[in-house]
Structure formats: C-alpha cells, structure tokens
Design a protein around this ligand. Structure first.
Ligand SMILES: C[S@@+](CC[C@H](N)C(=O)[O-])C[C@H]1O[C@@H](n2cnc3c(N)ncnc32)[C@H](O)[C@@H]1O
Length: 345
C-alpha cells in the first residue's frame, strides 16, 4: 500500500505563530540518511513537508533534490519563506504547494503571525501560480476564526485557490480550542462556502455520511517522520511510535507498533454506534492528547442524543465536488473545499 508520508525536516521556523504545534524547546533536524531510510523502507506515494518551516534546514535543497531523484510527488506547506529561497526550477518540481493563511485580511494575519507574514505568503503564492505549480490555501479552524470560514474561502477563491482546513489541535495549549458549538458552526460556515472535495475529519465525515473517506486516517495510511527522528501516526500524536532506523528493521511492521495500534483504537462507548465504522471514534490524536483515548471524540453529537445528531445534520448543508488528486486528502484529518471558480472574490 503506498502511503502519503508527512515529513518535517526541522522544527525550526522563521515565524513564531501562537497556535503552532511544533516543539520549540530544542532544535531538531532530520539528516539526509534519515530521509533516505524513510524512502528506502516505506512504499512512499507522496511526501508533504511540514512541522517547521522546512527551508530553515541547512540541507533543505539537498533534500528536495533527493526527493526529485527518487521521483517522489512532493508537496509543501509553507508560510512562503521556504519557497522564496528556491529557483524557479526547484519550485516547479513541487507537485503542489500550500500557503498558510489563518485570516482573510493582512492586518489580522500580520498581527497573528508577525509583520510581513501576509506579504511573504502572497508573493510566493503568486510566484508559484505564475510558474504553473498547483497552489492552495491552508487554514486552521480556531475559536478565533471559526465564524470567518466563508470569508477565508472567499479570499482563497480570489487567489484562484482551493481551501484546506484543519481543526486546531491542543498540542501546546488550549488557547485556540474550538468549543463543541464552534466546531460544528465552523463546519457549517465552511460547507456554505463551496463543494467539499474531501473531508477526512472522521466525525464530520461520518455524521454527514460524506463517505469521502472511511475511518480515521491515523494508523492506517497516515504516517509522519518528525524532526526529532521519530515516527508517529499523526503530527499531533503525543508519543513516538518508533525511531526512523526502526523502519529498516523488518522484524515488526511499523503499522503494528503499539502507538499505531492505539491510534486505531475504537473507544468502548463507540462500539454500538451506527457510525462506528466510518467515524472510528473521531480524531484519535485529539483523544490521546487529552489522555481520553477510550472516550468518544469531544465533538461527538451522538453521545448527546438523537435530537442533537439531527440538529447538527440540519445545520450543515453541503455539496460534493469530485474527489481529485489532492496529495494530503488521505493522510490527515482535513477538509478541502473547492472554492476556485465557485465564489465571487
Ligand atoms: C506547522 S505549519 C509548518 C509549515 C509553515 N511554517 C506554515 O506556517 O505553513 C503547517 C500547518 O500547520 C498548521 N498548524 C499549526 N499549529 C496547528 C495546530 N495546533 N493545530 C492544527 N494546525 C496547526 C499551520 O497553521 C500550518 O498551516
């Protein structure tokens, strides 16, 4: 089975965004041999570079050249820094590029990410587009922007980009955590903005019967190599499943390691649920981060009763787009909305 591997070459970043999950206590970097070990031992269908700002790694360009030599479809999530430093030829080698925007205006974005963040992202996005590299906008849904999802989508549409949204994960703290109501209202806003290409946020996928994915990507097809040299089922997973050299040890498949098994764990209370197969207990990382792996996802409406399920289902109205070749579609809990060509800017 070919897998989409998330790789973080470094945890370093040129910015210090307040919501970010990257560890900051010490500098962590993957080496070229570690990346080679990943490519040699996993059936890598595609790679997405994330975690820190990958261009800060001193061997970033060598790593890109390695991925290109191995014919790996490579995508990157960036604030622009790792893109601005590349030649046109290097940029054009990306299969797709995602620029992070958390807010639809320059003022809000610069206040959140730091002065100049907006311009850096816009400039590199426009350069990628001029080169014909597929681009999209990535946003994190937080308690500070969940009501602005339509505006963010409109902004992405204005740039000719689809929008990918991830729910804020309380890795470092709870400052931006969505309440139950905000979570569902945020998805209602998002779905109002355009057709859904994919929604692998398991709970939403299941409740809406979207069927664009089945179950939780964690531990099945999502695998991450973090800058600390560790392998985890998800970037937010609180413990390492193994170290990278373990991939070369054929004794035990990485997918059978205890942390991967835990990420597939269905909470006892979810066993009788009619959505158990498609939801698989919701986001396992969210449950693990809160030390509640064996409890239903905190955003689950089923535990609140059938009236609540109906209310949530009625709140959300959506249309489906044809699932396309979005590299990250299957490798994390994510939602992609097709805004390009759908919304007036
Ligand atoms: C960690 S950053 C790394 C790449 C780059 N520095 C950037 O800003 O895109 C990758 C993506 O993760 C998002 N992100 C950061 N912290 C998050 C969190 N706690 N929960 C969900 N997504 C988060 C960022 O907003 C960004 O879109």
């Amino acid at each position: 089975m070919s897998v989409a591997v998330g790789i973080g070459l470094t945890n370093e970043c040129n910015l210090a965004c307040p919501h970010c999950y990257r560890p900051t206590l010490m500098k962590q970097r993957l080496s070229v041999p570690e990346v080679e070990t990943i490519l040699d031992n996993l059936d890598v269908g595609s790679v997405n570079l994330g975690v820190g700002e990958n261009g800060v790694h001193p061997e970033y360009r060598e790593m890109l050249a390695l991925l290109a030599r191995r014919d790996v479809k490579t995508a990157i999530t960036s604030n622009g820094y790792s893109l601005n430093m590349l030649t046109d030829e290097e940029l054009s080698a990306f299969h797709s590029i995602e620029l992070s925007f958390d807010f639809p205006t320059k003022e809000e974005m610069d206040e959140f990410r730091g002065k100049g963040a907006w311009e850096m992202a816009i400039e590199s996005l426009e350069r990628c587009q001029a080169l014909g590299v597929p681009t999209s906008v990535a946003a994190v849904m937080m308690n500070t922007n969940y009501g602005r999802m339509e505006e963010v989508a409109r902004f992405a549409a204005g740039l000719g980009c689809d929008l990918r949204v991830n729910v804020y994960q309380p890795v470092a703290d709870e400052e931006f955590t969505l309440s139950y109501e905000q979570f569902w209202q945020g998805f209602a806003n998002l779905f109002a903005a355009g057709p859904v290409v994919v929604c692998s946020e398991p709970l939403v996928n299941a409740i809406m019967g979207l069927e664009t994915t089945r179950g939780n990507p964690c531990g099945q097809r999502s695998i991450r190599a973090l800058p600390a040299g560790t392998i985890t089922p998800c970037p937010y997973w609180p413990a390492a499943a193994a170290r990278i050299p373990h991939l070369a040890d054929t004794g035990q498949s990485i997918w059978d390691r205890p942390e991967f098994e835990k990420s597939r764990h269905l909470p006892k209370a979810c066993e009788p649920c009619r959505f158990a197969e498609s939801c698989a207990g919701g986001c396992a990382s969210r449950r693990a981060l809160r030390d509640r792996l064996d409890e239903p996802d905190e955003y689950c409406p089923v535990v609140r009763g059938e009236d609540e399920v109906r209310r949530v289902q009625e709140m959300l109205s959506y249309t489906l787009s044809n699932p396309e070749d979005v590299p990250k579609a299957g490798n994390a809990c994510t939602t992609v909305i097709k805004t390009a060509g759908n919304l007036p800017a």
